[in-house]
Design a binder for this molecule. Sequence first.
Ligand SMILES: Cc1cc2nc3c(=O)[nH]c(=O)nc-3n(C[C@H](O)[C@H](O)[C@H](O)COP(=O)(O)OP(=O)(O)OC[C@H]3O[C@@H](n4cnc5c(N)ncnc54)[C@H](O)[C@@H]3O)c2cc1C
Length: 407
Amino acid sequence: MHSFDVTIIGAGAAGLFCAGVAGQLGLRVLLIDHSEKVAEKVRIAGGGRCNFTNRELDPRAPQKHFLGENPNFCRSALSRYTPQDFIALVQRHGIPFHEKHKSQLFGDRSSEDFIRMLLAECEAGHVTRWQPCAVRAVHAMNGAYTLETDRGEVKAGAVVIATGGLSIPKIGATDFGYRMARQFGLRIVDPRAALVPLTFEGESWAPYSQLAGLSLPVAIDTGEKKNKIVFHEDLLFTHKGLSGPAVLQISSYWRPGQAIVIDLAPGVNLYEQLRQAKAVSRKLIANELAAFVPSRLADAWVRQDAAWQRPINETTDKALAALALRLSRWELHPSGTEGMRKAEVTAGGVDTRELSSQTMESRQSGLYFIGEVVDVTGWLGGYNFQWAWASGHACAQALAGRRITHQ
Ligand SMILES: Cc1cc2nc3c(=O)[nH]c(=O)nc-3n(C[C@H](O)[C@H](O)[C@H](O)COP(=O)(O)OP(=O)(O)OC[C@H]3O[C@@H](n4cnc5c(N)ncnc54)[C@H](O)[C@@H]3O)c2cc1C
């Protein structure tokens, strides 16, 4: 039988990072993944350039950029391993990077740079890696764990579950982490697709389906009066509905049956602008509208009402007010999402009430959960990776401390 201090299951962002840190702190680490390649999501992240963190992250106010039943849960880990810490690591490895809008940091070359860095950190910690290798069962016995794997039995003092969420099953996502939690009697917050395009069905969507491919900056919110979350980002019309950063962001907050509200001309007092145009112009409303939104959208928009298809000087103020209101508070009821196949992350997961926010250890002694498998979900923009790094780091530190107290 093989024997290690700790076995980490899942060699994605969180698992690789945790393994490297734990190994370098002197632990004998085994890292197992059922896929042939490690870190597939790092590889495809940020369009292949990996948006690896975000400078705006404020660990003292994590609820600004993270969701979950308890958005404060991630505060401790995020404040002990910050974006600046990860940036310093990236710089030590000589990886060139740049900052994009909203403080998002991307690699200049390719995500492969970051995978090589994570693997080099594992090598520096003498981490043993097994992949592809399936874990068939995990048993807890006398304060230690026995794992049945494709490569034989493994004994470990602790087990870390870093198997991520359910999004993008074709590159290796499974429900392993949730099954492990249930096996040990830990609660789960129902997993759901997040950072995902929204879909619309039926006749009412027909006028907009012809806009597929069109993109424009918008303000988007959930239409709630209290605790309103607003994103100022780009919206993209698709064949099935809406996507783009604005919609991905709001999708994490949206629940079936709820509305979303979009301002298609943010920062513009549209009614006032149209009234001013009416005083001096004889053009069709669509032509005047095209000064504020893309002309394809203006053309499709006025088709919704005969009163909007006239020269602007022949249109009543009431009709202009109705047009302006509908464009600036376009209320929509999505029929659903494009699901786990297209979701960038899975919201929900292992209930944070079952975990220590300091160490990521669960109520089951010696069993830890890190990364996306936990009910912590970040905004688009590098926040999810920073959670993977920070939770992996907190866990590795705790494992090292644990070994000292167990010796
Ligand atoms: C298209 C896309 C783009 C993204 N871009 C960004 C971005 O730019 N910035 C950002 O911050 N976030 C981004 N994300 C989200 C980010 O990739 C994840 O939040 C992050 O990878 C989660 O890390 P993790 O280690 O918890 O899980 P993962 O990285 O998903 O790793 C889980 C690992 O566990 C393995 N595994 C699963 N089941 C088993 C099993 N049964 N046995 C053994 N191993 C198993 C998997 O093979 C995988 O290697 C993106 C996600 C997607 C899908």
